[in-house]
Ligand binder design. Structure first.
Ligand SMILES: C[S@@+](CC[C@H](N)C(=O)[O-])C[C@H]1O[C@@H](n2cnc3c(N)ncnc32)[C@H](O)[C@@H]1O
Length: 178
């Protein structure tokens, strides 16, 4: 059983837990089944969690420090009026749900751009990208193209890719703001 390379979601949790200094406010850009939101709830004072599917929002067993927002993540600024220490995305469709409802490259990219503005100095953004479906492949191209042009004086951008798995294996991108 692998420990480090087994799962990119767990890896994103590990990175946030161990490398982010201030854990005050976080955003989960994609609530889904709530695993990332639970992780953020355990580690941050306040969490905003976005999800377009009402059923998923209703299913989430809410915690005191979590605000679930049934709207799209490209509208962060309509709901979050403060800068944040951390933003997580697990793109794609809801595991066990409707595979036709997926994050879309235009709104994902809009959200990432706005999120980077909202990220405090020293903050971390993580993005899990799933390439096993066509929209995920488009997301990968657009997002990596945008992130690769970010000024290195302000952002550190690192991609974690599997080299010996299928071409469609997921990848984790981590952005740290100076
Ligand atoms: C891979 S799942 C998220 C997994 C989740 N983080 C977890 O821990 O279970 C992706 C989720 O993003 C949601 N989603 C799709 N487009 C969205 C958008 N524009 N804004 C917010 N959520 C969106 C989907 O409905 C789906 O539930």
């Amino acid at each position: 059983m692998f420990r480090y390379v087994a799962d990119i979601s767990n890896l994103s949790h590990f990175i946030i837990k161990n490398f982010l200094e201030n854990k005050v406010v976080a955003i989960d850009g994609t609530l889904g089944n709530g695993f990332d939101t639970d992780f953020l709830s355990d580690n941050f004072e306040k969490v905003y969690s976005f999800e377009i599917q009402k059923d998923a929002c209703n299913k989430y067993e809410n915690k005191n420090n979590v605000e679930v927002i049934n709207d799209s993540h490209h509208l962060f600024k309509d709901y979050v009026k403060e800068d944040v220490d951390c933003i997580m995305y697990n793109l794609g469709f809801l595991p066990g749900g409707d595979k036709g409802v997926t994050t879309m490259h235009i709104t994902s990219l809009q959200s990432i751009k706005i999120g980077l503005e909202m990220l405090k100095s020293g903050g971390i953004m993580t993005i899990c990208i799933y390439k096993g479906h066509i929209e995920g492949q488009i997301e990968e191209t657009c997002i990596l193209s945008y992130l690769s042009k970010l000024p290195k004086s302000k952002y550190g951008v690192m991609s974690h890719n599997y080299l010996n798995r299928a071409e469609a294996a997921p990848l984790l991108v981590v952005i740290e703001k100076k």
